[in-house]
Each structure stands twice: as C-alpha cells, then as structure tokens.
Design a protein around this ligand. Sequence first.
Ligand SMILES: [Zn+2]
Length: 445
Amino acid sequence: MTPSRGRLARDQCERDWIWDREVETESRDAAFARASAAWEKQYPYVAGHSGFYKEKFREAGVAASPVTLKDLHRIPFSTKQEMKQAIDARPPFGTNLCVPEQNVKRIYQTSGTTGAPSVLALTPADMESWTVIGTRTYFATGIHDHSSVLTTFGAGPFVAGHTHFVLGRIGTRSVPVAPGDTERVMFGLRSRLADTLLCTPSFAQYLANRNDAGPLSIDHIVTGGEPGGGIPAIRDHIQSVLHSTVTEVMGIGDLAPSLFGECPHQQGMHFSGGGHIWTELVDPETREPMTIEPGAEGELAYTHLTREAMPVVRFLGGDLVRIEGDTCDCGRTTFRMRVIGRRDDMFIVRGVNVYPSAILAVVGRFRPRVTGRARVVRTGDDVSVTPPVPIEVEVASGQSSDAALATAIEAAVHSALVFRAKVELVPEAAFGESGYKTRLTVKRP
Ligand SMILES: [Zn+2]
C-alpha cells in the first residue's frame, strides 16, 4: 500500500502529517539562517561557560573573535573519548558543565558504547529541546494522537526513556512495558491495547520468529537502538510476518535520544533537529567536509545550537551514514539518511572496509533456520582481519545446527561480500537476550 503523502497506509485521520511544518519543510538557506542565528548566541555562551571548550578554542587559536557557523570548520572536532576525559577530569559532571549544578534537573547514566557509564546532565530547557526534536521524529514515523503505542524502552538508565515524554506531547495512548517482558508485549498486542510497537529490531525479529506469532498483527513497528529496521532483509521479514509497516528512528545519547525519524515512505530517516542541532558530513578518513547530497557517504558531526548544560561542538557521532535524499514525497525538506555502520564496528579485509550490518543482510536470507541475528568475533584490536572472518550466527530454536548450513552461509557471505568467513552456529538459548541491543561485534581473547 502506498502511503497517502506522509501517513501510514491504514491511517484515515485528517490532521497534518508534519508536526513542525515551518522547520521541517524550510529551504536549505532558511535552515542555515535559523541555525546561524542560534549559533551566534551559542558560541559566546560555550566559550564563556565550558572549561573544556574554552581550552579547546584557545588551543585552536579561535578564542579571540567569534566563529560563525560558516567558519565552523576552524574549530577542531570533539570525540566521545574527549567528552569522557572531560568528565573524568572533574567528576561527576566534568569540565563541560556550563550551568550551576543546582540547575541540572535530570541526569542519565548513558550506555556509553564502550567503557564505563558516562553522566549526561540536562536543564529544563534541554529536556524541552529533546521533547521538541523527539516529537518531530516520532510524528514523522506516522505516530499520531490516535495511535496506541506499546513501548519497551525503560524510563532509564538509557536516554531512550525520554520517549515517554515525547509520546505524551503527541498525545498518544501509551502502554509502557519493561524491556524483554515478552509476555506483556504479546498480551498488549493480542488484545489490541496497542496498535504500534516501539522496540529494537532484534526484539521485533524475535517476535516474528516465534512460532505462535502467526495470528499476531501490529499496524506499525518503530525500531530503534541499533541498525536493522532499515536493512531490507530484516525489515521485509518483520513486515510480512507481523503484517506491519516498519519505520526506524535513531538518536545519539550526547545529542538527542530521537534525532532521526523515518516517514512511511521508508526512504531513510529524516533529520529532525532543525534549529537545535547543526550537522556536518565529513569524510571518515580525511575528516574533510563533504556536501550533504544524495549518495554521499560519510560520518556526521553534530553541534548543539541551544543546549545549556553539556553542549558539544563538532562532535563525531561514530556512525557512518549514506545520504538518501533531501526531498521526499512526504513534503519534508530535511535530509534523509541510513546508517551503514558504526565506525567502531568497521574492519578491513584485504583492504576493503566491512560493516557487520552487511553480514546481517546476508544471514537474514537463511530464515527460518536462523533468527537473523549474527555477530563478528574480533580477537585483537587490529582493524585489519585476516580471513576467514569468525562469525557467530543464531539458530532458531527447534532448528538443527548442521555443517551444511554453516557452509551455505559461508558461501553466501563469500559471494556477496567477497571474503571468506568461518561460521559458528549458536543456539538461540546461548546467543544472549534479544530485548536490548545486540552487539554486532564481540571481542574474544
Ligand atoms: Zn519523508
């Protein structure tokens, strides 16, 4: 079914399908002017209040006169590691806290893809900007006030818990369930307490793979927390078994928990941070600026335009993305993108960059014998891997693990990705829980 402009196929409502039409449909020039005006205030604020950036701007020799948004490239990038060091230098909030501690009204201990949790502090205005951005994001996926949304994102410690405030702003019915509480999810969906499910793609796959999932039907599944909802082999399987439309969202802990949202046209996730966050696309190797245009592949760097408590400037998010377009049948003019993979997950086989998400797309073809989950085993810190590349593939319960299956997957990987793999089949019970994030790479000694 073709969506009617920006609406889900079965949505008959009359309301506008764009939450913030002024921002989400403005021209590129207007978006730049909006961001420039905000940055004119944000730059002196950051330079005057952040110990961390004061030092960084001084080292870069840009502290003397204001840096305009057009000249942002004069400021060096910030990395996750640097932000962690800023925390460690003066715990618990670090040297990048720009407000008095009593103004901090919410604190997350973020997942921190690597290492110990990091503290993330928010003022009331910061929380409001998260809600503004998140509301554009989830509304873009097709969630409206008439939606009834079962969410498996806990209130914390992960920032995805802010979604509860976003759903409140949209005015949906909310059915919160703890992550991994499969029975309550099944009951909630079977008895039509909810028509929409928010979960990780791993969990959606798990539901789709369950033998008793047959009669289950969910109008709309929004996946987040990890890639998968945008990988055709995974998406098509979930959609056909659960009779759903799957759209995906993505956020970055340090920036905003829901920063990109895919509309029902399913052509990549729209950027939703207009006016609050500025994005740049940079070459992942040389870090040279790239133009955000269809087909461009690079790493996104983010700058807060309004954040009070812990703002970042030119923060490298670590996700490699492909720009899918800057217009859309839904009418939004915000750029659309898909995640190719995490920079940290990338490895090199005989000079070719490989992302584990490409392996998922191949493994997914072997359903129903496999569940669709898989991970790469890395034995050292070296980014180059000598083939055969060890891959663990989850086998659905009730299916046998035989050598022929492993050989067939190895042949498919070789044919699609042109490197040799060594596949180990792991039973569902031993692979690890599907409720939260599935790591695409594991390190083993
Ligand atoms: Zn769209």
